[in-house]
Design a protein around this ligand. Structure first.
Ligand code: NAP
Length: 370
């Protein structure tokens, strides 16, 4: 381990997935995998105040809860909680009200696996907020069984990326409005929750719905080889759950890259975050075999408050505004994603594919005039 204050680059022993972090590029080189979301929010208290924050994916015992509680602790102007299950959003809202009675909350139901629901939720949110300073796209699913969204997409790609892409773009005019009003350029943020699982798969442009065998897709769309790991489907099958999850999490990073590059001059930054390993409800749809695989991935298990911390840094640290090429954080510091997740050509190709899939074009250059 070689983390030191000031100019530290962690070595690969720190993380079995080979992630490096550079703590010289944030305001708090001392923040680490042990830092909590509450501590991060507290250290950027003045940044949170007066902000309108939208958190997507909010349930008890989830990272959405710890992220929400951390923002709520520092008096934002308005917190909008959007998620699939209203009873769960209400449970988190009750906890916020108990601990921070003065925080204004709005609750919105959205199913990211349905275009109709996303359109409806976006209309609702756009009607509630004047601007959106911070959008945290935390919602996500992992599933062992091949399933599809209401619109026929592979469930993990459809929910974790396409749903997030569609909702974000429908909210973009309000995000741009916040950027226009902001005194500090780059403080308007879109945070995408990704995962080190992105290392497993690039975007399968020719087969994002998993209809083909790996040998039938281009080599650069297959999982990069990793010693001791095989992600080939069983004979006669095409679906590999963690490859589908990996593709969706690569998409979260490429989308952050696209937004940061397209909207750099408007003052919007987008950063994807790997939260670490945290036991949440995430594993509810995994079978025993895949649960066992997950148990082996973490060398350090964070609690919920620690799990939310990296997303709070991405949302709040003013120093991250300095460089639009910072697109990925892990353990509260700047990190480098896999080559397939930081390729600008892949990002643009994914942007266009996503527009095709949702049937709507989002020319951000023009959206900025709204
Ligand atoms: N936990 C980890 O170790 C870990 C590691 C790496 C990355 N992540 C990422 O962290 C994020 C949060 O995960 P978590 O661990 O907190 O899992 P979680 O407890 O399962 O929370 C996921 C959240 O997403 C919501 N959601 C799922 N499907 C949705 C849909 N179709 N529409 C709207 N909302 C939906 C869930 O709502 P319901 O409860 O109502 O379904 C829940 O609020 C995910 O993006 C995940 O990929 C987690």
């Amino acid at each position: 381990m070689s983390k030191e204050r000031g100019n530290a680059v962690s070595d690969e022993k720190d993380n079995p997935w080979g992630l490096r972090t550079d703590s010289s590029r944030t305001s708090n080189p001392g923040f680490s995998r042990e830092t909590t979301a509450t501590e991060v929010a507290n250290s950027f208290s003045n940044v949170v105040q007066d902000k309108t924050v939208v958190v997507v994916g909010v349930s008890p015992q989830s990272l959405g809860e710890s992220i929400t509680m951390a923002f709520a602790s520092q008096s934002p102007r308005l917190l909008v909680l959007a998620s699939r299950t209203m009873s769960k959003i209400k449970a988190v809202a009750t906890k916020v009200k108990e601990q921070h009675p003065n925080v204004e909350l709005q609750l919105v139901e959205v199913d990211l696996s349905s275009f109709a629901s996303i359109r409806e939720a976006a209309t609702q949110i756009n009607g509630i907020v004047d601007k959106i300073d911070i959008l945290v796209n935390n919602a996500g699913v992992v599933d062992t069984t091949p399933r599809t969204t209401k619109d026929g997409l592979e469930l993990q790609f459809g929910t974790n990326h396409i749903g997030i892409f569609f909702l974000t773009n429908l909210l973009m005019p309000k995000i741009l409005k916040a950027a226009q009003k902001s005194q500090s350029k780059g403080s308007t943020r879109v945070v995408n929750m990704t995962s080190a699982g992105h290392l497993i798969s690039p975007i399968r442009f020719s087969d994002y719905n998993f209809k083909k065998r790996p040998e039938d897709i281009p080599e650069d769309e297959r999982p990069p080889s990793r010693p001791g790991m095989s992600f080939d489907p069983p004979p006669g099958k095409t679906y590999v759950p963690f490859v589908a999850y990996g593709q969706s999490k690569t998409a979260n990073i490429l989308m952050a890259l696209s937004i940061s590059h397209k909207l750099a001059s408007e003052g919007v930054r987008s950063i994807a975050t790997h939260p670490g390993s945290i036991w949440t409800d995430m594993s509810r749809n995994l079978d025993e075999e895949h649960l066992e695989m997950i148990k082996k991935t973490g060398d350090f298990w964070k609690n919920l408050d620690q799990g939310g911390a990296t997303s709070l840094v991405a949302a709040l640290d003013p120093k991250l505004a300095e460089d639009k090429d910072i697109i990925y954080l892990a353990d509260c510091q700047v990190s480098v994603p896999a080559p397939h997740a930081k390729d600008p050509n892949a990002a643009e190709r994914l942007w266009q594919l996503s527009e095709e899939i949702v049937g709507q074009k989002f020319d951000l250059g023009h959206t900025s005039n709204l």
